[in-house]
Design a protein around this ligand. Structure first.
Ligand SMILES: [Zn+2]
Length: 331
């Protein structure tokens, strides 16, 4: 889910935390949808080494990564004591301990950024890349002592998925004219301080509340990969991709930095997600920033972007397994 997190990116928005949470709780949309997150976690589960699997089983009691894939998103409604975790003591404790956890799912980089830079002007210690690192530290016996190993596993499984969603990384910044016309700014040097579209959440191609670009990538494009909403069906299709292409997705070097490379890949995919979009009138947010921008998607958008969504989902499953196979589990 990116809406809540988007609502918390600026100080003016964060002052309206309660409203942001209310909006998030009312939203049915999850990043990559529940379907995408579960499917990529199933794929990861199919690609674990026996050693990694034994550590997962020790922590979870089973190796069903799909079943924990959206715990981090379900925390949002748990803030309001609703949803599947509404009366879950662990979820309530986690939210009380980390009320800012909505910010952990993304980072907002200008589309022209060369790469994700962990110390750069647009990254921060609570962004999705840093939080994958934090969770890995916990699984390796260090990190924040308030996070249990089970919760750290929830975090890794979810956030590796999130960061492969291009719009959790790439983001539009805009020069807004006095007449409400907008110009997309991709150059990081020029984008700093400009209002952004919250990972596409503010880009509306239709009149409906969920007719926006972020949700389109979360759910609509995911559904088009197999034509179903069944995570098991999608996982089958993704596993085929992994079998065909996984060897070319292999990471090298220190696994503590792999998440940075995956973010850079999402940045490149995000440029495809924004390619050809025509930007119309902007509506300002009374609290500051951009409330919405009308957009028109170019012809052939689904044909260009569905394969990208499929590849990023398959890569997420593959990379998640790769990471779980690489880490030095504390127990
Ligand atoms: Zn998320």
């Amino acid at each position: 889910m990116r809406e809540l997190s988007g609502n918390m990116t600026s100080p003016s928005r964060s002052t309206c935390l309660a409203l942001a949470l209310a909006l998030a709780a009312a939203s049915p949309a999850y990043p990559w949808g529940v379907e995408g997150h579960k499917a990529l976690a199933i794929v990861a589960g199919q690609n674990l080494t026996p050693d990694a699997r034994s550590h997962v089983i020790k922590i979870l009691g089973n190796d069903d990564l799909g079943s924990i894939a959206v715990w981090m998103d379900e925390l949002r409604s748990a803030f309001f004591h609703t949803g599947p975790l509404g009366s879950d003591p662990d979820a309530l404790r986690f939210n009380a301990e980390f009320p800012e956890n909505g910010q952990w799912h993304y980072v907002d980089l200008p589309l022209g950024s060369k790469e994700y830079d962990p110390g750069g002007a647009f990254s921060n210690p609570h962004d999705v890349v840093h939080m994958i690192g934090e969770a890995v530290s916990v699984l390796e016996g260090g990190g924040d002592r308030r996070i249990t190993k089970r919760e750290a596993l929830y975090m890794v499984v979810h956030f590796v998925g999130d960061e492969h969603q291009p719009l959790h990384i790439g983001n539009g910044f805009y020069d807004v004219g006095a007449d409400g016309s907008v110009k997309l700014v991709t150059d990081p040097g020029a984008a700093k301080g400009l209002p952004n579209d919250k990972g596409g959440n503010a880009l509306f191609f239709g009149p409906g509340r969920f007719d926006e670009l972020h949700a389109y990538w979360d759910t609509a494009l995911v559904g088009k990969v197999t034509g179903t909403e069944d995570p098991a069906e999608l996982a089958k299709a993704l596993q085929l991709k992994v079998a065909e292409q996984g060897a070319s997705w292999k990471d090298t070097g220190d696994y503590h930095h792999w998440a940075e490379q995956w973010a850079t890949q999402s940045l490149s995919a995000a440029r495809t997600a924004y390619a050809g979009i025509v930007f119309g009138a902007e509506t300002p947010d009374p609290k500051g920033g951009i409330k919405s921008i009308k957009i028109t998607l170019p012809p052939g958008y689904d044909d260009a972007c569905t394969p990208v969504a499929e590849r990023r989902l398959a890569q997420a499953g593959y990379h998640l397994a790769e990471l779980l196979n690489a880490i030095h589990w504390a127990d």
